[in-house]
Each structure stands twice: as structure tokens, then as C-alpha cells.
Design a protein around this ligand. Structure first.
Ligand SMILES: Cc1cc2nc3c(=O)[nH]c(=O)nc-3n(C[C@H](O)[C@H](O)[C@H](O)COP(=O)(O)OP(=O)(O)OC[C@H]3O[C@@H](n4cnc5c(N)ncnc54)[C@H](O)[C@@H]3O)c2cc1C
Length: 537
């Protein structure tokens, strides 16, 4: 069979949700095409496997940016999931809905996407496994675990130190008020990663109207004039065609969706001419407006054992392995980021300025993927990191070849905006203040990284240019908005000027949410399903 009602490209955070929801209607034939494999490897399912698949090309697109002009020309590594579940299968699992104001920003350019509209979608997604409360969904597919009962004592000391620094503890940053220090909630269930593959696809994979094809690399959207009619894809060395009677929906993520549009003739006309690609529609916003969270981390030597002393030695590995196998508990079932927080520098309402991350361990990042990401340091240490929540710097994604198998050119343009630099300075100083509070100071030896090379504001920016990293939240490259002069898709996710073609993934975010981006991407999948099903009635 090569004709379906809906052809969905990409089984990631949003695409898996959309396929599962659209196929609830038994007479609707849905094809889900995924470039990556099924992903049965245990490291995709045991939460601590995060460090192992971080550089694994079997499940990861492993992108590299062009030299970043404001980061001393460093090229930044951008992992992206290439497997059922997409990036939700390889991410760090921190679950954050975002701030109400984030969605009021969306609503201003795309009415129908305000907090009142998206909040029911978050509840619908959630199988919240913490204390029952009205604001949280308990019957959705996505397992969300409250790890507060299991965290390392050093993580508790961080929460106390934050409170001593004037940042109160927030027991649930997802129930309306984000501000404060917190234990992160993570997308797991019974100690296993709740990727969208596990949460949404697995339970419905046997539906006779849902066709899931893995290792199917989509190379182009096909058109009849300005109407999308299907896609061409390569599988097992053969080029094949899948036709869509109703619609093609692109869910390839913030890098691959604009790439696929450009390859298909929807993009800036001069770029398409350079590549020898016939122009279907001249759309200069495709691939522009790339937004990302850029983080900086400080490492402190500790005077007490941290997770390094458990995860590094062989006996410790055996012990945590046993905890996992027998009770589905312990460090293997958690994100490395056990704590964090959302801070506003000027008091008042609105989205936070920075997000904090606390890890009761330390590791050195491998340069260019030479070693696994997560090799704990031999000494006791902890890490506190942060990123500006609403950066103003903007990057792009552009194809650099008409060959679909070539990666596009991409750039984050991190630290281009003055505001982002100022927040880097304020965030660094805040972390140092927290580490000096009695609850942490009593178990801290000294700041070992970056250490005393970073004292003045200029030093902080110089060091940030040298060592800051992405927090992996690329979005906005096919943003949603009112018209084709300012955006790529409308509020119903339809590509402006084209029939039967929508986009549903993190590329449509008009602005970046204040927290991590997996929950918002899943929410986009839920919203897309609602919109499409209502229109089809
Ligand atoms: C290492 C890492 C850590 C992260 N940590 C967190 C975190 O802790 N919390 C959080 O909230 N967010 C985190 N994120 C971000 C979050 O996971 C993403 O924002 C989110 O998953 C994006 O969803 P998406 O649906 O837009 O794209 P994706 O989930 O990336 O899905 C896109 C899918 O489309 C497929 N695809 C692409 N092109 C094609 C093609 N041509 N043909 C067929 N298939 C194609 C891809 O293989 C992929 O499966 C992290 C991301 C990474 C990479």
C-alpha cells in the first residue's frame, strides 16, 4: 500500500504523538516514516543510558554548527535523536511545561495557542506519578516521575543553599508557578525512559490503520502545483513514494524540517537557485529565527562523596546496577540533573531569566566525541549550570547541497545579543553566591572549573565564549505566525501558500519556552492532532 490519509515525516517527540492520536480513528490510514531505527538498545530505555547514546551515530544525527562567530569560532555539537521517539529517546528527560507568558507570546501571533489553550493539552499528555493535584494530568500516556524522594544528599544541600540565597523551594514548578529552586521532574515510568516511542507508539503499534516504517529517510515533499501530494523516501537502498490523500505533516524537528522544505523547493529563492532546486514558493523565513538555550557550568570540588564515588568504581557500578535490576530505583533511573530552578532577576511577574541545573557529580565533556559523554571524575565534585531562558540571539539552518544525505549548514549565533551576555554574567554570579551559602559551603572545597580565571564581567564573557555549550533546545526555524511575511506556518500549522502540508514539531515555536523543550514539542503534537481531527469532521 502506498496511499494513506496522512503521511507523517519523523517519529520524534511531536510526530509519534500525532501518529498515535490520528490513528485513534480506525478508518484513518496513517503512515509514520522515521529515518532512524526502532531503537531496542537498553541504553535508549535506561535513563542513565543518556551518556552512552549522546554520540552514538546509530541513534543520533550528530550535527555540528558552522564556526560560531561569538564563541571564538568554536563549532558546537548538536545531537538530535534519529530513532523512534526522536530526541525524546536520547534527551536528559527533564520535564518542564514552560511559563504561562511563553504561550501568551505565541497567542499574540497565533491566536488559539495561549496558556488557556495549551494547558489542557499538557494535562492530557501527563501520567503524573507524584502527589495528586488538580493542575496535573494523571491518565495521559507520558510517565512523569517525581524524583524528590531519591535524590543525592548533595542535591538536598543545593536546595537548602538556594533557599539561604533567597530562592525559595518550589515543590512543583509545573503547576502554574515556575519560580524557585526545585527537584526536576523527569519523563520516566517505573524507572524506564518515557520517550514518545514508549509512551505513545508502543501501546498502539498493532493498530491495523497505523503503518510505522523505520529506516525510511524522506528526501522530498512531492507537489501538484502548490498542493502537497506525498513524499519520496529511501529505504533499503530503494527510492519509494508514499501518497497522502489528505495531508503530509512534517515532524522532522528544528533542523531537519526546514532542511526538507528547502530540498522540496520551499525556502529563500536565492538559496534554492544556488542549489539548482526549482522554487515551489519563495519563503525566506524557512530555516531562520533559530533559537536555542546556551548554558554555562561551574564545577565545585566537594569534601564529601558525590555520585562520582558511586558511578566510577566497579563495585559502585555493580551496586547501582543491582538497585536498577531489583527495584527499578537508584541513580540509573534518574537524569543526571537532579535539581535546578527558575529565577527572575527583577521581582515581578513574567517568565524567568535563567534556568539552573544541579548535578551531584561531575564529568568532563569529551572533545569531538572521542570518549563517552559521561565518565565521572575520580574526585568528589558537583556541577551547577544555568542558561538564559529567553535568549535574543538568533541563528539559522540552510541546506548547503541539493543532496538530501548531506547535513545542512547551521549556526546558533550564541552570545550575539548584548542581553544574553548580561544574563551570562548575572547567572554566573548567582551560582557562585549559592555555592557560598552555608548549606553548600560546608561541603565544598573550591570552585575547580573555571576557577579564578573568571572574576570580572569581561572574564566571565571571555570564558563563556570558550566553554559554553548548547542545552539542546533548538527551535523556531519554521515559526508559526499570522502571515507569510513574518512566518512559515499559520495558527493551524499549515504552510503558508501551500495546500495539504503542515508542520508539527519544535520548528514551529514562535519563541522559545522558558524551560526545556520536549514537553512543548509533545504538546504541539497533541495540538496538531486536535486541529487536524476537528478540521476533518
Ligand atoms: C541530548 C539532548 C538532551 C535534551 N534534554 C532535554 C531535556 O532534558 N528535557 C527536555 O524537555 N528537552 C530536552 N531536549 C530537547 C528535546 O528533546 C527536543 O526539543 C524535542 O525532542 C524536539 O522534538 P521534535 O518533535 O521537534 O523533534 P525530534 O524529537 O528530534 O524528532 C524528529 C524526528 O524526525 C526524524 N526525521 C528527521 N528528518 C527525517 C527525514 N528526512 N526522514 C525521516 N525521518 C526524519 C528524526 O530522526 C527524529 O526521529 C534534549 C535534546 C537533546 C538532543
Amino acid at each position: 500500500m502506498d496511499e494513506f490519509d496522512y503521511v507523517i515525516v519523523g517519529a520524534g517527540s511531536a510526530g509519534s504523538v500525532l501518529a498515535a492520536r490520528l490513528s485513534e480513528d480506525k478508518v484513518t490510514k496513517v503512515l509514520l516514516l522515521e529515518a532512524g531505527p526502532k531503537g531496542r538498545h537498553p541504553f535508549l530505555h535506561i535513563p542513565i543510558g543518556y551518556g552512552k547514546v549522546f554520540y552514538d551515530q546509530r541513534y543520533n544525527w550528530k550535527y555540528q554548527t558552522n564556526p560560531e562567530p561569538h564563541l571564538n569560532d568554536r563549532s558546537i555539537y548538536w545531537p538530535r535523536g534519529k530513532v523512534l521517539g526522536g530526541s525524546s529517546s536520547i534527551n536528559a528527560m527533564v520535564y518542564v511545561r514552560g511559563h504561562k507568558q511563553d504561550y501568551e507570546e505565541w497567542n499574540a501571533v497565533a491566536p488559539g495557542w495561549g496558556w488557556a489553550d495549551v494547558e489542557p493539552m499538557f494535562r492530557r499528555m501527563e501520567n503524573w506519578l507524584g502527589q495528586p493535584q488538580e493542575e496535573r494530568g494523571r491518565t495521559g500516556p507520558l510517565g512523569i516521575t517525581d524524583i524528590s524522594g531519591q535524590v543525592h544528599p548533595v542535591t538536598r544541600a543545593y536546595i537548602k543553599a538556594a533557599s539561604e540565597a533567597g530562592i525559595p523551594f518550589n515543590p512543583d514548578y509545573n503547576s502554574g508557578d515556575m519560580e524557585g529552586a526545585c527537584f526536576f521532574q523527569i519523563t520516566t515510568k517505573n524507572g524506564i525512559r518515557s520517550s514518545t516511542a514508549n509512551a505513545y507508539l508502543k501501546p498502539v503499534a498493532k493498530r491495523s490503520n497505523l503503518f510505522i516504517l523505520t529506516s525510511a529517510f524522506v528526501t522530498r515533499v512531492l507537489f501538484d502545483g502548490k498542493t502537497a501530494t506525498g513524499v519520496s523516501y529511501v529505504r533499503g537502498g530503494k527510492t519509494l513514494i508514499a501518497k497522502a490523500k489528505r495531508e503530509v505533516v512534517l515532524c522532522g524537528g528544528a533542523i531537519n524540517t526546514p532542511k526538507l522544505l528547502q530540498l522540496s523547493g520551499i525556502g529563500a529563492a536565492p538559496l534554492l537557485h544556488d542549489m539548482g532546486i526549482p522554487v515551489v514558493i519563495d519563503q525566506p523565513h524557512v530555516g531562520q529565527n533559530l533559537i536555542d538555550h546556551m548554558g554555562l557550568e561551574l564545577i565545585y570540588g566537594a569534601t564529601v562523596p558525590t555520585l562520582n564515588q558511586l558511578l566510577r568504581p566497579l563495585w559502585g557500578k555493580a551496586w547501582v546496577g543491582l538497585q536498577f535490576l531489583l527495584r527499578r530505583k537508584g541513580p540509573l533511573t534518574m537524569s543526571l540533573n537532579q535539581g535546578g530552578g527558575f529565577i527572575r532577576f527583577d521581582k515581578g511577574k513574567g517568565a524567568p531569566d535563567i534556568q539552573l541545573y544541579f548535578m551531584p557529580m561531575s564529568y568532563s565533556r569529551a572533545p569531538k566525541g572521542k570518549r563517552p559523554l559521561m565518565s565521572p571524575d575520580p574526585f568528589p565534585a558537583y556541577r551547577i549550570g544555568f542558561n538564559p531562558c529567553k535568549p535574543e540571539s538568533r541563528g539559522y539552518v540552510d541546506i548547503q547541497s541539493p543532496d538530501p544525505f548531506q547535513p545542512p549548514r547551521m549556526q546558533g549565533n550564541y552570545l550575539e545579543a548584548e542581553k544574553d551576555r548580561q544574563i551570562m554574567i548575572a547567572g554566573t554570579r548567582l551560582i557562585r553566591r549559592i555555592a557560598k551559602m552555608p548549606a553548600l559551603a560546608t561541603l565544598t572545597d573550591k570552585e575547580i572549573f573555571p576557577g579564578n580565571t573568571m572574576e570580572t564581567d569581561d572574564d566571565i564573557i571571555a570564558v563563556a565564549r570558550d566553554i559554553s555549550w548548547t542545552v539542546f533546545h533548538q527551535c523556531g526555524t519554521c515559526r508559526m505566525g499570522r502571515d507569510e511575511k513574518t512566518s512559515v506556518v499559520d495558527k493551524t500549522l499549515k504552510v503558508h501558500g501551500i495546500s495539504n502540508l503542515r508542520i508539527a514539531d519544535a520548528s514551529i515555536f514562535p519563541s522559545i519556552p522558558s524551560g526545556n523543550t520536549n514537553a512543548p514539542a509533545i504538546m504541539v503534537g497533541e495540538m496538531a492532532a486536535n486541529i487536524i481531527r476537528n478540521e476533518a469532521l
